[in-house]
Design a protein around this ligand. Structure first.
Ligand code: AP5
Length: 215
């Protein structure tokens, strides 16, 4: 199964991907996580991506497409995968479709997680994550058992450098300008499922399971 996850920053893509990947044995491919890894390792790509990420802008298509194609090829043996945060422009979506055509594969469904703009800032600025195990928390909606500590005993939680109010507003604007046209793109292809992402985490999960159980 090949799934594309669409949605603005803080919509809950990463949160739901953790669940989907466990339940359906899929590989989670998050373009944001891969970019953060490249930054941590100090690679040329990581250095180039830094200023775009810190200002809430998109990293240029040519860099992202090359990076994601490498990941997808490496996942060839996996049962399937979920693309979280990619594609994010029409150009990226077309590049992905070309690659899928060449490989004789298809995107089964694009999950479109819809959340009102006024909820996104609170979700993003309250997010804390564990750099060791990748677990994600929210100060209000999904708090750790002990303040600022990972429930799995990994230690202190981290706040992403691009999770400030100012950058979040820029990321939301970028989403509306450059990524939301993908909703029409996948609607035209007839493989999109709209989900109410304003609901509580477990209710969003239920909606996703209803869609994916039919794929
Ligand atoms: P990326 O890391 O992909 O960030 P994003 O798309 O902005 O998405 P987020 O990770 O912020 O949100 P999410 O939807 O995963 O929310 P989460 O589940 O964590 O990208 C970062 C940057 O990298 C971009 O700005 C860009 O510069 C660059 N980049 C990445 N991909 C690119 C591409 N393809 N092209 C070009 N540039 C690219 O949830 C958020 C919080 O809310 C959590 O605390 C969670 O606990 C809570 N929460 C989740 N669901 C709910 C719910 N239903 N109710 C209440 N709280 C909830």
């Amino acid at each position: 199964m090949i799934v594309v996850f669409l949605g603005p920053p803080g919509a809950g893509k990463g949160t739901q991907c953790n669940f989907i990947c466990d339940r359906y044995a899929l590989k989670h491919m998050s373009s944001g996580d891969i970019l953060r890894r490249e930054r941590k390792e100090g690679t040329d790509l990581g250095k180039e991506a830094q200023s775009y990420m810190d200002s809430g802008k998109l990293v240029p298509d040519n860099l992202i497409v090359a990076m994601m194609m490498k990941e997808i090829q490496a996942a060839d043996d996996a049962k399937g995968f979920v693309l979280d945060g990619f594609p994010r422009t029409i150009g990226q979506a077309e590049a992905l479709d070309n690659a899928m055509d060449k490989a004789g594969k298809k995107i089964d469904v694009a999950l479109n997680l819809q959340v009102d703009d006024n909820k996104l800032e609170e979700r993003v600025t309250g997010r804390r994550s564990c750099l060791k195990c990748g677990a994600s928390y929210h100060l209000v909606f999904s708090p750790p058992k002990v303040e600022n500590q990972c429930d799995k005993g990994c230690g202190q939680l981290n706040q992403r450098s691009d999770d400030t109010s100012e950058t979040v507003r820029s990321r939301i604007a970028t989403y509306h300008e450059q990524t939301s046209p993908l909703v029409a793109y996948y609607t035209k292809k007839g493989n999109i499922a709209d989900l109410d992402g304003n609901a509580a985490i477990e209710n969003v999960t239920k909606q996703i399971v209803e869609v994916l159980d039919k794929v």
